[in-house]
Ligand binder design. Structure first.
Ligand code: FO1
Length: 304
């Protein structure tokens, strides 16, 4: 069994690619919940939903989130009313949030609902939110404290960040099964997700970092930074603003305590030596999953 520490899009693509080299039932994604929000009274879990939709072949590839073939009648109506329409919930996507919110109100956990949604969509991988408790990533910025989606969507991740807090993480309990999965997995893969806002909120849940530290030799991370730039999103910008090296070396340094093998892109081959100085094994391949062949090659590399 393979565990994959997962954010949204980058992780979803890797999980999809792993289907070519591994039976999906042997894969457990341990998923970030720091982006989750409550809006219109509905609980929305972007990373869990992006992974579910992607593995169900339903993801909207142009947007990177939400469902393909979506319509926006509810949002357009809400916008006309002067309601909060900046965070776009498509008409079909809304059903997911309505379902989740109702189940949570009935006493189900986030993990139970994630499993129900995955099963409904025929997803064979196990999708586990890292915790059922409320954990919120917040940004301290030059204009004040912003919630995750305020920073990310409303302000297009364009405001300088001075620090990041993963609120609630220290008191959160790992969801049932998370620590067992991490103890028992043959390999723990850190997906090419944003280290600071997708992976760190997983590592900060009590117990997770300790297990990875103990199992460092079984942990392999894929760099989300290629040639000094993020594949998607603000990872490069945040690394810079928070004083890290804006390269795969900065990412490797961030993971050095918990990760024994680092997968970097061929473009960055000249940085391999700097990474091996962190007592990490280095593997070099094409890490951009721009076509199915590259994605498959990357999947093979993380299992090699
Ligand atoms: N991202 C946007 O840039 N704009 C949106 O309006 C938006 C809505 C949205 C609705 C549901 C969902 O699951 C995700 C959504 N996202 C949207 C993506 C999300 O904000 C981020 O990409 C992730 O949280 C970062 O991983």
């Amino acid at each position: 069994m393979i565990a994959v520490l997962s954010g949204g899009v980058g992780a979803a693509r890797l999980l999809l690619a792993l289907e070519d080299v591994l039976d999906p039932s042997e894969v457990t994604a341990v998923v970030n919940v720091g982006d989750d929000l409550v809006l219109h009274g509905l609980t929305i879990c972007p990373d869990l939903d992006t992974i579910t939709y992607t593995l169900a072949r339903l993801n909207n590839d142009e947007l990177g989130w939400g469902l393909r073939g979506e319509s926006w009648r509810v949002m357009d109506e809400l916008d006309a009313l002067g309601g909060q329409a900046w965070f776009r919930l498509g008409d079909r996507d809304l059903a997911t949030h309505l379902y989740r919110s109702q189940r949570l109100a009935e006493g189900a956990t986030k993990a139970e609902v994630a499993e129900e949604l995955a099963r409904h969509h025929g997803v064979a991988q196990r999708l586990l939110p890292v915790t059922n408790d409320l954990v919120s990533t917040v940004f301290h910025t030059t204009t004040g404290v912003l919630s995750f989606q305020d920073y990310f969507v409303r302000h297009h991740h364009s405001i300088p960040v001075t620090s990041i807090d993963i609120e609630g993480a220290a008191a959160a309990r790992p969801a049932p099964g998370v620590l067992d999965v991490l103890r028992e997995a043959e390999r723990i893969v850190i997906a090419p997700s944003n280290p600071l806002i997708s992976i760190d909120p997983i590592l900060q849940i009590p117990g997770v970092r300790d297990i990875l530290r103990q199992r460092r030799d079984a942990v392999i991370a894929v760099s989300p930074i290629i040639n000094g730039a993020a594949i998607k999103g603000p990872a490069d910008r945040l690394l810079l603003e928070l004083g890290h090296d804006v390269s795969c070396v900065g990412v490797a340094q961030f993971y050095r305590e918990v990760c024994g093998t680092f997968v970097m892109d061929v473009t960055d081959a000249n940085l391999a030596e700097a990474i091996s100085n962190f007592d990490m094994k280095v593997r070099i391949t094409t890490t951009i999953m721009s076509n199915p062949e590259h994605a498959r090659a990357l999947a093979r590399e993380v299992l090699a």
